[in-house]
Write a protein that binds this ligand. Structure first.
Ligand SMILES: [Zn+2]
Length: 369
């Protein structure tokens, strides 16, 4: 049985270890609620957890912090976590076997009980693949520095975790990633050289910048008068361009046809960084230069994280706009705040930190801590 450590939230108390049986009891969980977080020792780096309270049943229960690692499979708390990220590995096995919207029915039923839940909480296979690539390469973090398409792709392709992702055709996934106007030809010729194995139709990935003014239908995308067609065009977030186009090229398709195109709305050509709405883009266009200036100050480094995966809690889906992190340059201590325009109380409980409103990022002066 792994050791579980009680970590006081105010940092003044001592960390003490406890037994697994104690964390299962309502009396203890109630007493510790909002005062302690818990750390499971089933993996070397530990899994941070917090206590949540269900108002309808008045029950207290443990939940993994969304930013923590997963419990080891042998840990008794392994099944506690309820986020979609546990599925990311499954999708990587058959890299191009996408099953878009497979979970829709289940998720829609769950979300129907909660009005504040996003109407489209489900991620398609290609979205999950993209989320995995950006999570592994930390390209969903921003320090206020420019990040154009080559910068972005270099990070994605050179990430050690991404390099370790295999495909059924002997190449690694990153060996099948191409980008920019010239990359299209390479992506097309690469896929032709791959042999089909076990009914897995070979595929490669092509990433391209699509500026504002890009239009799309269910099966085509028009970028500067150039038309790209696909079996399916996915636009998961309601926002206009610019976009990062993520295209899968299948060996079965003809030269000008893609299997899937995912349009990820981004801040701009200079900031390849995902946004989920036009308002988010507007705020980041103003905030990212400000973030850059904040980071020129001596004492702290600030960075913004767009969570690549939503958090599912009690069957409801939450996707905060951003996490704003702060790290001390002297003692390297880290803390963060959640930035959201919705579900403030629930997010405060899930993350165990202060939730600030999206608009306060633009308030005059510095972000207060
Ligand atoms: Zn554990």
């Amino acid at each position: 049985m792994s050791e579980i450590i009680l970590v006081p939230r105010d940092k003044s108390g001592l960390q003490v270890s406890t037994r697994y049986a104690d964390v299962a009891g309502q009396v203890n969980l109630k007493a510790w609620y909002r005062h302690y977080d818990l750390q499971c020792g089933c993996i070397p780096e530990g899994v941070m957890m917090h206590i949540r309270h269900r108002q309808d049943t008045d029950l207290f229960y443990l939940a993994d912090n969304p930013t923590s690692e997963r419990h080891s499979e042998s840990c008794d708390l392994h099944t506690v976590r309820a986020t979609v990220s546990s599925e990311e590995l499954q999708l990587l096995k058959p890299v191009v076997e996408f099953h878009p919207y497979k979970e829709r029915n289940r998720s829609e039923r769950n979300s129907s009980t909660n009005h504040s839940v996003s109407k489209r909480p489900i991620m398609s296979g290609l979205e999950k693949l993209f989320a995995t690539l950006i999570t592994n390469s930390f390209t969903n973090y921003q320090f206020g520095r420019y990040q154009n398409l080559p910068d972005f792709m270099n990070k994605v392709i050179n990430s050690e975790k991404n390099k370790a992702i295999g495909t059924p055709w002997g190449k690694t996934l990153t060996e099948l990633c191409y980008y920019g106007p010239k990359g299209l030809e390479y992506a097309q010729s690469a896929v032709k050289r791959l042999d089909q194995t076990h009914n897995q139709i070979p595929a490669s990935l092509w990433f391209n910048y699509a500026p504002a003014g890009t239009t799309h239908t269910g099966t085509s995308v028009t970028v500067r008068e150039q038309q790209f067609t696909a079996t399916k065009v996915q636009v998961p977030h309601k926002a206009s361009g610019p976009f990062l186009m993520v295209c899968t090229i299948s060996k079965q398709q003809s030269d000008n046809q893609f299997r899937d195109i995912l349009l990820v709305p981004i801040v701009s050509k200079d900031y390849i960084f995902a946004v989920h709405s036009d308002i988010e883009r507007e705020i980041l266009q103003a905030f990212l230069p400000k973030l850059f200036r904040m980071n020129s100050h001596a004492e702290f480094t600030y960075y913004l994280n767009k969570p690549a995966w939503p958090v599912i809690d009690n069957g409801a889906v939450y996707w905060p706009n951003w996490l704003l992190h702060r790290k001390s340059k002297s003692d390297r201590k880290k803390s963060f705040k959640v930035i959201s325009d919705d579900n403030v109380d629930v997010l405060a409980d899930i993350y165990g930190v202060e939730v600030i409103h999206m608009s306060s990022l633009l308030a005059a002066g510095e972000v207060t801590w």
